[in-house]
Design a protein around this ligand. Structure first.
Ligand SMILES: Cc1cc2nc3c(=O)[nH]c(=O)nc-3n(C[C@H](O)[C@H](O)[C@H](O)COP(=O)(O)O)c2cc1C
Length: 210
């Protein structure tokens, strides 16, 4: 199936069959798609939190717009971004990168000095917003990978960041939740949106040519 066919196949599922679980192999492919997402300056300023524990999902459901999805899906994949940028975080990414490439540490010093000049002189909320934007690229790729595997999913911002951050104690990791993705297998009887046509603005409206 082509990417376009997969994107036409998927929809934001509203009800999951709690008896059907995503295999570890498929889960790992979805995680890998998110991990391979490009990020600004290659900082990868976010983590992917994988929740399958039912008791934790029940707690997270308290703040969810789709509590039944939270409870019944197979796994919840939560994208959580760095709460702030620091010199240590930037250096750590670039040290890892140079080590992986067998280059001397400091090879990218002139670039990281500029990054620090920019980021460390602007409010941490602005940097969190920058990190948060990166997560959506990973979310998109993970949605596409799930579709290719014929794993159902729902991208979601309809949840309480306060509840998620508290239940998973994200502050201790220097993270704040941004978006999430339910994955699993739809409950065909209750997924009321499934029979509805996929609606997008036509290309003529979507594209402005210059
Ligand atoms: C960033 C983002 C956040 C979303 N949040 C929710 C949500 O909280 N609950 C929900 O049911 N759907 C949510 N959706 C799903 C959208 O409503 C859905 O993708 C859109 O209506 C297009 O439909 P389709 O994905 O089925 O093609 C979200 C989608 C995105 C991309």
């Amino acid at each position: 199936m082509s990417l376009i066919e997969n994107l036409n196949w998927r929809h934001a599922v509203k009800a999951y069959d709690s008896n059907k679980k995503v295999s570890e192999e498929q889960l790992n492919k979805i995680i890998e798609a998110a991990r391979l997402a490009p990020t600004s300056s290659g900082l990868q300023p976010f983590k992917l939190l994988v929740v399958k524990d039912q008791a934790i999902k029940e707690k997270l459901a308290e703040g969810a717009l789709n509590p039944e999805c939270m409870r019944d899906c197979s796994h919840v994949l939560i994208f959580a971004a760095w709460d702030k940028y620091t010199a240590e975080r930037i250096d750590s990414v670039y040290d890892f990168t140079t080590d992986q490439r067998e280059l001397p540490r400091g090879r990218f010093d002139s670039y990281t000095t500029k990054l620090k000049e920019i980021y460390l002189n602007q409010p941490s909320e602005m940097n969190f917003a920058h990190a948060a934007r990166q997560t959506y690229i990973a979310l998109g790729l993970a949605l596409a990978q799930a579709a290719e595997l014929r794993v159902d999913s729902t991208p979601a911002e309809g949840f309480s960041n306060e509840v998620v951050d508290r239940v998973l104690n994200l502050q201790q990791y220097g993270l704040k939740s941004v978006s999430l993705m339910y994955i699993g297998y739809a409950d065909a009887e209750n997924d009321w949106i499934a029979p509805m046509k996929k609606v997008r603005v036509p290309k003529e409206e979507f594209v402005l040519e210059f």
